[in-house]
Design a protein around this ligand. Structure first.
Ligand SMILES: NC(=O)c1ccc[n+]([C@@H]2O[C@H](COP(=O)([O-])OP(=O)(O)OC[C@H]3O[C@@H](n4cnc5c(N)ncnc54)[C@H](OP(=O)(O)O)[C@@H]3O)[C@@H](O)[C@H]2O)c1
Length: 332
C-alpha cells in the first residue's frame, strides 16, 4: 500500500486499520482467535498502521482491544506503527449503550496508563500516543509536558490529540511537537476541514476516524437495518434510522454513481475522496471482515483529480443529509 508521513517522520500505510470494532461499540466482541488472525492478515496485506485505545473493551474485559492488538502484532512489531490513547474512562454506571466519557489527563493518571498500555501491547514503546479527549481540568500544556518526558524516556515516540480544536493544537504543539490529530472526518462529518491550514502550517497529520460514517457510507445499510440495542452504538446513530436513511438518499445515489464511474465501491469512493483531498490525511476504517479490509485498502489505488474532489465537495455542500453520530457525551 502507498505510504504516507504523519508529522515530520512517522511513516504509515495510506490507510490504517481501526481495531476498535473487534472489542467495542459494534456489538459483541469478535472471537479472540478470529480477531487476532484478522489483524495479522491486515498486516500481511500491507496495513502498517493499527489504531487502538486503552478503553476499547467491554464491562468484563475493559482493555480487551490493546491486548488483542499487541498479541496479533507481536511477530511483526518492528514493521508496524501502533497508536493508542489515554485520558478517558467510561461512566459504567450509566445505562446508555454509548456510555458517557469522563476525561482524566492528570499526569499521574497518564503515567499509570502508559505503563499499563505498554504491558498489554507487549512492547517497550508506543509509536503514537493520543490524548483521547481534552481534560478541562488539566491544561494541554501540562499534558504536552508529560508527553515530552515520555518521549525522552523512550516510552512513546510520537504523540497526538483526538477531537482537538485549533487553539488546543497550537498550544500543545508549542510545548512538544504534535505528530497527528485524530478527529472524526467523513463525507457526513466535515467540520474539521477548517483545521487544514493550521495542520499544513505546523506539519501535523490528520488521522480520520469513523471515515465511513460508522459504515453508513458503504451504502450497505437500508431502512430495515437493525443493530444490537445493548452493545451496538449504531442502534442510536441518526444516520441509520429509517428517517436518516431517507434523508440521505441523494448522498447514497451520489456514492453509487461515482462507484460505477470509477469501477469501485461506495466505501472506496468515500475513502478515496479524503485520501485525494490532502496527502497528510490517513483514514482508519474499522472492519472485522477480511474482504472489507482488502476493499478498503484498495481505495488507495483510486485517483480523483483535484477538480473531481472539488466537484464532489460542491455536491456534498448543497445536498440534504441527516445528522451523523457526533460522538459520545463527555461528562464535564
Ligand atoms: N478517537 C476517537 O475518539 C475514535 C472514535 C471512534 C473510532 N475511532 C477509531 O477509528 C476507527 C474507525 O472508526 P469506526 O469504526 O467508528 O467507523 P468507520 O470506520 O467509519 O465504520 C466502521 C463500520 O463500517 C463497516 N465497514 C467497514 N468497511 C466496510 C466496507 N468496505 N463495506 C461495508 N461496511 C464496512 C464495519 O463493519 P464490519 O466490521 O462488519 O465490516 C463497521 O461497522 C475505529 O476502529 C477506532 O480505532 C476513534
Amino acid at each position: 500500500m502507498e505510504q504516507r508521513t504523519l508529522g515530520r517522520d512517522l511513516k504509515v500505510s495510506a490507510l490504517g486499520l481501526g481495531c476498535m470494532g473487534f472489542s467495542h461499540a459494534y456489538g459483541a466482541p469478535t472471537d479472540r482467535t478470529e480477531a487476532i488472525r484478522l489483524i495479522q492478515q491486515a498486516a500481511d496485506m500491507g496495513y502498517t498502521f493499527f489504531d487502538t485505545a486503552e478503553v476499547y473493551g467491554t464491562a468484563d474485559a475493559p482493555h480487551h482491544n490493546e491486548e488483542l492488538v499487541g498479541t496479533a502484532l507481536k511477530s511483526c512489531r518492528d514493521q508496524v506503527v501502533i497508536a493508542t490513547k489515554f485520558g478517558i474512562r467510561f461512566d459504567m454506571a450509566n445505562l446508555a449503550v454509548n456510555k458517557p466519557m469522563i476525561p482524566d489527563s492528570r499526569p499521574q493518571v497518564i503515567r499509570a496508563s502508559v505503563e499499563a498500555s505498554l504491558k498489554r501491547l507487549g512492547t517497550d514503546h508506543i509509536d503514537l500516543y493520543y490524548q483521547h479527549r481534552a481534560d478541562p481540568n488539566v491544561p494541554v500544556e501540562e499534558v504536552a509536558g508529560v508527553m515530552a518526558d515520555l518521549i525522552r524516556e523512550g516510552k512513546i515516540t510520537h504523540w497526538g490529540l483526538s477531537e482537538a480544536n485549533e487553539d488546543t493544537i497550537r498550544r500543545a504543539h508549542a510545548i512538544c511537537p504534535v505528530t497527528a490529530i485524530q478527529n472524526r472526518c467523513s463525507m457526513m462529518a466535515r467540520w474539521y476541514e477548517s483545521l487544514f491550514p493550521a495542520l499544513e502550517e505546523l506539519n501535523i497529520g490528520f488521522v480520520a476516524f469513523s471515515p465511513l460514517a460508522n459504515g453508513f457510507l458503504s451504502a450497505k445499510h437500508g431502512k430495515d437495518a437493525r443493530f444490537e440495542t445493548g452493545t451496538d452504538y449504531r442502534s442510536v446513530m441518526p444516520q441509520f434510522t429509517p428517517e436518516g436513511v431517507e434523508r440521505n438518499r441523494e448522498l447514497l445515489e451520489l456514492l453509487h454513481r461515482l462507484a460505477e464511474e470509477k469501477e469501485a465501491t461506495p466505501a472506496q469512493i468515500s475513502l478515496a475522496w479524503m485520501l485525494c483531498k490532502k496527502p497528510y490525511i490517513v483514514p482508519i476504517p474499522g472492519t472485522r471482515k477480511l474482504e472489507r479490509m482488502r476493499e478498503n485498502a484498495a481505495a488507495a489505488d483510486i485517483s480523483l483529480t483535484a477538480s473531481e474532489v472539488q466537484a464532489l465537495d460542491n455536491e456534498l455542500n448543497n445536498m440534504e443529509m441527516s445528522q451523523v453520530f457526533g460522538g459520545t457525551k463527555i461528562v464535564k
